[in-house]
Design a protein around this ligand. Structure first.
Ligand code: 5GP
Ligand code: MN
Length: 343
């Protein structure tokens, strides 16, 4: 699927990247494994080329990713706004990784829009907005990390893929494919993984660091969610989980703790749409997933001010939890035929 990344971009980029540059790398709000993995993979690649590199995210890095090499260097805009502004002001080049529109970087958006740096987007979300000078947007790709792998390979060959870079990029591919259970049927993805193994990564250990590193409270919250807070609507082949702020607090919720919860209802035979509703301070944050041709990103963008991939999207609601869930249930009944008939 991903043969060669666009040549005209490389010929221009090669010129740009010949001398050491000041670079800032940005990724999306509530960053996930692909966001942070892509960011750090690119960070180490540019550092190895002699660039001065800074990284910034709109809010905190989830707990299950803080072990990654270089993660402590990432600036959190909420506490380090001034530093982010300074670095953005001095940057020659800004990489926008794993997001397709400026709204996805929260308050960093305004600084990006006024920045004079050359902006390069590398992403795999469909329908990218036109806000950068260069764009490598390949929606069928497993992950942005796979695109970064190709980017490095095209610029530097396999020698560019060091063990550290391979570890970062492997986290991106592994997490965005649900440990290779979806979006990973293209041989190119496995060629990339093979090259990462050749670079010396310990795949089993990385998997363990990401997935076997939670607190006991998080495990109990998962049990509670499935036992007490999962609603199944078999006639619409839909199931969802919802958690209030008090419940999240009760289980000492840390950022990233609910990652993956939205996928559990798929274990139930016949389920094709899932959702996870989390009560935040002023809104309800929603994750959506679908199986097959029902495009959950369109649903998320039409009704919940969100977006994402065809089968994995997110959104939010300013209504309270009860109203949000009622709206969701009503909409799901309306789309019942589409969900049931989707191949
Ligand atoms: P998650 O449910 O894991 O937070 O996100 C699933 C996918 O949807 C990711 O690709 C993420 O970038 C995208 N996504 C999540 N929340 C939003 C949102 O509020 N707006 C948009 N446009 N995309 C989102
Ligand atoms: Mn991604």
């Amino acid at each position: 699927m991903i043969q060669k990344l666009p040549d005209e971009i490389y010929s221009k980029l090669r010129k740009v990247l010949t001398s050491p540059f000041r670079v800032v790398i940005l990724t999306h709000i509530n960053p996930d494994g692909d966001a942070i993995g892509s960011m750090l993979g690119m960070y180490w690649f540019l550092k190895n080329r002699g660039c001065t590199v800074n990284m910034a995210v709109p809010n905190e890095i989830p707990q299950f990713l803080i072990w990654m090499e270089g993660a402590e260097q990432i600036l959190d805009f909420r506490g380090q706004q001034q530093q982010v502004e300074e670095e953005m002001g001095r940057a020659d080049l800004v990489f926008c990784l794993d997001f397709n529109e400026p709204d996805r970087i929260g308050n960093i958006k305004d600084i990006l829009e006024t920045s004079n740096a050359l902006k390069i987007l590398i992403d795999h979300h469909p329908h990218p907005a036109d806000f950068t000078d260069f764009m490598i947007s390949i929606p069928p790709a497993s992950s942005t990390a796979e695109l970064i792998y190709k980017f490095i390979l095209d610029l530097d060959g396999k020698k560019g893929i060091t063990k550290t870079i391979a570890e970062c990029l492997f986290v991106g591919i592994m997490t965005d494919t649900g440990s290779f259970s979806f979006n990973s049927s293209e041989p190119g993805t496995w060629h990339a993984v093979a090259a990462m193994l050749e670079a010396g990564i310990d795949k089993d250990n990385i998997h363990s660091l990401v997935y076997d590193n939670f607190t006991e409270a998080r495990m109990r919250m998962l049990g509670y969610s499935l036992q007490e807070k999962m609603i199944v609507m078999p006639q619409h082949r839909t199931a969802y989980i919802y958690l209030s702020r008090e419940e999240l607090d009760k289980f000492n919720h840390l950022s990233g703790d609910t990652e993956g919860f939205v996928n559990y209802p798929f274990s139930i035979k016949g389920i094709r749409v899932t959702a996870l509703f989390l009560e935040k301070k002023n809104h309800v944050k929603i994750s959506f997933r679908s199986k097959g041709s029902f495009e959950i990103n369109r649903f998320a963008s039409k009704y919940f001010n969100g977006g994402g991939h065809n089968n994995a999207a997110g959104g939010e609601s300013k209504d309270n939890m009860d109203i949000t869930i009622k709206k969701f249930e009503t909409l799901i009944s309306k789309y019942s035929d589409e969900i049931n008939l989707a191949p």
